[in-house]
Ligand binder design. Structure first.
Ligand SMILES: *Cc1c(COP(=O)(O)O)cnc(C)c1O
Length: 334
């Protein structure tokens, strides 16, 4: 695929590793070989998937002459943390609008990503009610900053527009190149599906390189139908931006919503088990909101024979471990 026509900053040091997970594969059994793509090890304070998207989004902001970035997320948003991190690195101001999706969940003194917002010197944090129109809130902030002489640029939640999703088309191509070099035939890829840029970008990239590996999205908030439509629309638009001639079929988008539990960011027993299992068997830290729930899906897929015997399955680890420190009670209770 050709990404050279788009503004891009270089945040990656090279491909993230693909590792076999021998101990986890053995514990789960069912003749499934599990592998992990370590996007948790991407550069940027605390690591994680938003770095790939921000290579393109922040480059676009800088190309437009912005000196200030505004973005939004949940109260423990990894995306907000990484946007603050790369803004700091680039000498840009960063302002956050945080959505209290769970009532009363914003605590100024909270640990995890919230603490890191402070260390990374975000210029302001606005907290709004769950269900607020986040784009309208960010536009309001942009208006205020522009009136004060700043040049603000808005990055949408999760950097999940076609610009950000391009970073995950890059990841799919990178993954396919690695698999070819390793001569490793992967039968399924499992990814978390949140604001949808990761999932959509992976599908677009796999289509663009004709990789033919099905992508299974594990939802972290929405129902299957709603999430699939969001991913599909973003994938179609991103494929158009990248001039992927074959286009995206509706069937290419598959989501699973059984692992969301009571709602976004709310712990489930299966998430707790997944986080503990990855830590104990492979010394890999997941997070409570995204990779932990996606891994709960992966584990259930293996146990319930979703993959045929002898399958090789690649789990895309999108990071998020700083959020663990905001959930210590959840893990210590069990
Ligand atoms: C944002 C995020 C995701 C989900 O990616 P989307 O592109 O928003 O779907 C998964 N894992 C972690 C750790 C994240 O921060």
């Amino acid at each position: 695929m050709n990404f050279t026509g788009f503004p891009r900053r270089k945040y990656l040091q090279g491909p993230t590793p693909i590792e076999f997970l021998p101990a986890l594969s053995k514990v789960l059994g069912n003749e499934t070989n599990l592998y992990v793509k370590r996007d948790d090890l991407l550069p940027g304070a605390g690591g994680g998937n938003k770095t790939r998207k921000l290579e393109f989004c922040i480059a676009d902001a800088m190309e437009q002459g912005a000196d200030t970035i505004i973005t939004c997320g949940a109260v423990q948003s990894n995306h907000a943390r990484l946007t603050a991190a790369w803004s700091a690195k680039e000498g840009l101001d960063c302002h956050l609008i945080l959505e209290e999706r769970v009532k009363g969940s914003y605590k100024e003194e909270a640990s995890g990503n919230n603490f890191l917002f402070e260390l990374l010197d975000v210029k302001s944090i606005g907290v709004v009610e769950g269900g607020s129109d986040m784009m309208a809130e960010m536009n309001k902030k942009a208006g205020e900053l522009a009136a004060a002489g700043k040049k603000p640029y808005i990055i949408p939640g999760g950097a999940s527009n076609t610009i950000g999703a391009t970073g995950y088309a890059v990841c799919a191509e990178e993954t396919m190149t690695q698999l070819n070099e390793m001569r490793l035939k992967i039968d399924h890829i499992v990814v978390p599906s949140g604001s949808a840029g990761t999932h959509a970008g992976m599908v677009v990239g796999m289509t663009g390189v004709n990789g033919n590996i099905p992508i299974n999205g594990v939802n972290v908030s929405r129902t299957k139908d709603v999430q699939e439509e969001i991913v599909y629309k973003l994938a179609v638009d991103t494929a158009e931006r990248l001039d992927v001639k074959t286009g995206i079929e509706r069937d290419d988008i598959v989501c699973f919503d059984q692992y969301v539990g009571p709602g976004y960011s709310l712990p489930t027993d299966a998430m707790v088990e997944a986080v503990k299992l990855f830590a104990r068997t492979e010394a890999i830290l997941l997070d409570p909101v995204y990779s932990g729930k996606a891994a709960a899906g992966l584990i259930d897929f293996v146990r319930n024979g979703h993959f045929s015997k002898g399958s090789n399955v690649l789990f895309l680890h999108t990071g998020g471990s700083p959020a663990l420190y905001a959930y210590m009670d959840t893990f210590r209770q069990k």
